[in-house]
Each structure stands twice: as C-alpha cells, then as structure tokens.
Design a protein around this ligand. Sequence first.
Ligand code: FEO
Length: 398
Amino acid sequence: MREIKINETTWYVGANDRKTPLFENNWPLPYGVSYNSYLINDSKTALIDGIEFGSDPDYLQKIKKILNGKKLDYLVINHMEPDHSGMISSIAAEYPGIKIVGNNQTARILKLYYNYNETDFHPVADADELSLGNTTLKFYMVPWVHWPETMVTYNVTDKILFSCDAFGGFGTLDGSIYDTENNLHEHYISEMRRYYSNIVAKYSGMVQKALAKLSGVEIKMICPSHGLIWKNPADVVGLYDRWSRHEAENEITIAYASMYGNTEHIADHIGSLLGEKGYRVHTYDVSKTHVSYILSMIWKCKAVLLGTCAYNGFMHPMMEHLCNEIRIAQPKEKIFGIFGSSSWNGAGVKNLIKFMEENNLQALPAAAELSGSFAPEKIGESAVKLVEEVDKAIKSWK
Ligand code: FEO
C-alpha cells in the first residue's frame, strides 16, 4: 500500500494484509486486516507503531522516501504485540541510534522479544510530552487495552489520537483509509464488533477506564493501528463505549452443537417460538461457524441460548470451545438459557449448567431437554417455558 499524506506533517505508511488467514492464528480474516503505521516528519521525525514483520516489503522504502535523507529520530511503541512491533529490529538496523519511546512496561517486554541497546530507550510516563518541533506528542497510559504496557499517543498540536488497538477493527483499507469515504455498514462495523469481541472484550473494564481518562482530551481524528482512520471520532468512541459497557440489542443468539440433528431441531423449534414473539434470532451450528463470529453476535444480543448434545459424558467439544471463549471474553449483562439432548445421562445440559455456575453466569432456570429423537411434543412444555422466561427477562431488563 502506498504512503498517504494525512496532513502537513503526518503520513500513513501502514500495510494491508490479505494473505494471513487467521489473526493471532485464531481469528478468521475474510476481509483481511491492516497494520497502520504513521510517520511524523517535523524538525524531528517519529514513527508511531510499526507493522507485522513481512507484511509489506516496501515499508522501509516508503519511510525513506518521505524522510528524503533525514534520519528517523524516534520510534513510538504504543503496544508491543508483534503485529505492531515486528519491524523494530529492521527499523533500528536502518536507523542506528533511533530512540525507542515507551513506558517501563514496554521496556520489560521489549527485552523479552528483541535485542536492543538500553541507552536507545526513551522512557515516558503518563502525560509526558515529547517535542518534535512544531508538533508535540503527549502519552497516555491505557494498560490492558490490550496488553499491560499499552499506551496511546496524542498529537497535541493537530489533536490527533494514535490509539493503537483501541478503536481498531478487522478489514483492509480498500480505496481509502478514512471512515468518511467508506461504506461503514457494508462490513466495517460488524468487522469492528468482531475485532472488539475477539481481541479487546476481555478488557472492557480497562476500555472504560481509558475512555474516562481521554474524555477531556479534544480529539479531531483517531488513527488506530488496525482499520479505518476516523475523521468523525465520536462515532467510533460511541461504539467502543457501548460495547465496553456491554450494551446490547433486544435480539437473541442461539448456538448449538448437534451430532444427529436432535439438538439442532430444538434450536430451530425455540428459534421459531422466539421469532413468533417478534424477536430477531441468530442461530449458529458451533461446528460450522467459527467461534469468532458467534462471540461477535453474542456481543450484539441481549439473550444467548446455548444447546448441546451429550458427548462422552460431557458437552460436545465444539460447544466446550465456545464456552471457553465465553469464559475468556466475559460478556456481561446477558440473559443465558440452556437446552440440549441426550441418549441416557443428560451430560450435555448438566455440563452447560455446571459451566454457568462455575463462571458466575446466571442461566434461566427452565433448561429445555429431551432424550433421543426430536419431536415437538417431546420438547413441548420445556421449550415454551424457556421461551417465556427469555421473553419475560428481556421485557423486564432495565
Ligand atoms: Fe494489534 Fe494487541 O495487537
């Protein structure tokens, strides 16, 4: 991707990645991902965040072209995860003596990943400033958004926030790098929610703290390290605020694991009863749909119904996988319901209940369960009761 001028001093020098199939070797990237990197060319020069190693063979060339013979003075490392720090060694080799700007936690993690000269480290603490000439950078610590060392960099002069993972999203930058020039509703917003629920959600409490810390800062533009650059920062701040407060729609996610179709039939039966009550229902087979998308929909919906068949005395392994991701992401303010089928011991539903209890998740009392093959009359009253409880819980939600 070519370099793009953002204003008189600031350039976009990031990369689109459409080759990597799984982000963190875990999350699907059907629309790819971008690693955003920014170069400030003032009296002094600073690169803010890097890109994943190997994602753009022209990266150093682009920087060299913009600097036009000047040296690179600073490399600001907002976050040490290798999708942003992977080029540190190459950058340091190209610009000997470059100062790496980070906080005490950055220094600790930097040592674990890369060889670097400690005298080349420029430590900063919360609210410290760095002058590049006309441009002044100010650093705010936002730990755990997404690692303990994470910070954001604020260009005081131009009122631009370089936010790293915060306010990021999946999806490459196609045709334009700006929110104002992309059709946000085509896939960007749902890809952002998927990114949030997959990568950042576990740290929602820390996102709220970061938003509170930055609430008094005037921001004209947000430049994250993944996804769109926001000329309308209020839009993306609003989305992150909503997601980190666990606000959801009156919609329902149903996720099921089924070997021979009986649990699937229960899922559809319950789904149609909820549909008749006017709810929008999103139903997933956990063996078919990657957990990444199910988590994202869970973040969108107020109610989540999980169903499984029994499997060797446990729940189905793919439902176990979803439960593990729920345990990690810690969605809050949800109405959970349980259903399932078994052949002799009811181990699926029993283990889903155990999962809820062990993770302090409140499940509605009316689990819908049947033994053997599905028939509407076999699940009958228990499905009706579960649906009534979901309906009542959503309607009485404050
Ligand atoms: Fe985009 Fe946490 O790294």
